[in-house]
Write a protein that binds this ligand. Structure first.
Ligand code: NDP
Length: 385
């Protein structure tokens, strides 16, 4: 197998770590070009040395001195700031892993797309905010987007060799998160520690809270709409607490194809690393007899309104999905900082969507402007909360 080059945007995070674990097991097959972080300079420096990266970048420029110190005496280039992050993302590679959390990942992901390369996208917030701006850039530059999110990776696999025009339903499965069986009083008192303790997946803090509110599934609904244009009325969500079926596609003849696997992000990441082939992973084989039962429930949108808010936002169009995402990022950060209660996250997003929504952004700059405005408005709403 020939050596392929890779850059990992968000190398110090949960998806970054799972990706590097797979690369570590296949070191002779990969040449690491850029590794990036926000400010985890020590960890980034360690990884860049281990993998012999060409360049390591911290997005927060104030962390550059720490990164320089961590890399002193090595051949790895060190850089800091958002412009340096985008420049690193523009270095030509065979595969870019877009695994920064939040809309902060949008500009570097778009920079990678502009090179016309192959991008394995984990950073769902970027696609939710930019929507058509990102998919148009993919088409214009002849780039390829591979979905890392386990649900979208499952759908992508279930669509292979089939005609998307023959799809009756795309069904996203949702674990329901740690609070699936909680009542309204319990939810109102939920703590950040409880919210990040996901029953099936080990993930970063922000996506774990999103899973607990079900906003993760709302964002994924919008993500699926952009990745698999079957029409919004053919996308649906079902709660499946075991997270064994990662998503399904039903065709017009009544056949449903599903992708199953362990709750380990190394499976969908491996499918992107090896695409269009397959590779070995160290993941446990699926033990269906051990699991015993697979169950399914309709989502409870009274207790968990986030999926409804996301559906309303994408149906409303314009910049509503970008506003939804920005308000959610502000609200989740406030919850994790202990400033607001768990159920206030959806309340704040709802209030943000009830304000005047700007028209659909046409360029990356428009998206970033909408995102900035929506963040300021959400922060004001937070103050009055
Ligand atoms: P983590 O919080 O674990 O990691 C986030 C990464 O992004 C870190 O490298 C972090 O650097 C970097 N980062 C954070 N803020 C910024 C910023 N402002 N500018 C540049 N870089 C930044 O997140 P996850 O790995 O859990 O998630 C990453 C993305 O993948 C998210 O969009 C998530 O929704 C998606 N995803 C994650 C899954 C998972 O299993 N974790 C599953 C499916 C999708 P630093 O360490 O310095 O903070």
């Amino acid at each position: 197998m020939s050596v392929r080059s890779i850059s990992i945007l968000g190398a110090t995070g949960s998806v970054g770590a799972s990706t590097l674990d797979l690369i570590r097991r296949n070191r002779d097959q990969w040449r690491v070009v850029a590794l990036t972080a926000n400010c985890s300079a020590g960890e980034l420096g360690r990884l860049a040395r281990e993998f012999g990266a060409e360049i390591a970048v911290v997005s927060d420029e104030s962390c550059l001195p720490q990164l320089r110190e961590a890399l002193s005496g090595s051949a790895v280039e060190a850089a800091g700031g958002v412009a340096a992050l985008c420049e690193a993302a523009e270095r030509p590679v065979d595969l870019t892993i877009a695994a920064i959390v939040g809309c902060a990942g949008l500009a570097p992901t778009m920079a990678a797309i502009e090179t016309g390369g192959t991008i394995a996208l984990a950073n769902k917030e970027a696609l939710v905010s930019a929507g058509d701006v990102m998919t148009a850039a993919v088409a214009r530059n002849g780039a390829t987007l591979l979905p890392v999110d386990s649900e979208h990776n499952a759908i992508f696999q279930c669509l292979q060799g089939n005609d998307i025009a023959e799809v009756r339903w795309v069904t996203l499965t949702a674990s329901g998160g740690p609070f699936r069986t909680w009542n309204a009083d319990q939810l109102a008192a939920a703590t950040p520690k409880q919210a990040v303790a996901h029953p099936n997946w080990d993930m970063g803090a922000k996506i774990s809270v999103d899973s607990a509110t079900m906003m993760n599934k709302g964002l994924e609904f919008i993500e699926a709409h952009h990745l698999f244009p079957v029409g919004l009325d053919r996308l649906r969500i079902v709660v499946h607490p075991q997270s064994v079926i990662h998503s399904m596609v039903e065709y017009r003849d009544g056949s449903t194809l599903a992708q199953l696997g362990p709750s380990d992000m190394r499976v969908p990441i491996a499918s992107c690393l090896a695409w269009p082939k397959r590779m070995e992973t160290p993941c446990e084989p699926l033990d269906l007899a051990g699991i015993g039962e697979l169950s399914f429930f309709a989502p409870d949108e009274n207790l968990f309104p986030a999926t409804r808010l996301a559906r309303d936002a994408v149906n409303a169009g314009g910049a509503a999905p970008a506003v939804l995402n920005a308000a959610n990022e502000i609200a989740v950060a406030a919850f994790l900082a202990g400033k607001i209660g768990f159920t206030k996250i959806a309340v704040l997003v709802d209030q943000a969507l009830n304000q005047a929504i700007p028209p659909a952004p046409a360029t990356l700059e428009d998206v970033l402007t909408v995102d900035g405005q929506a963040r300021r408005q959400a922060s004001e709403l937070l103050e009055s909360c």
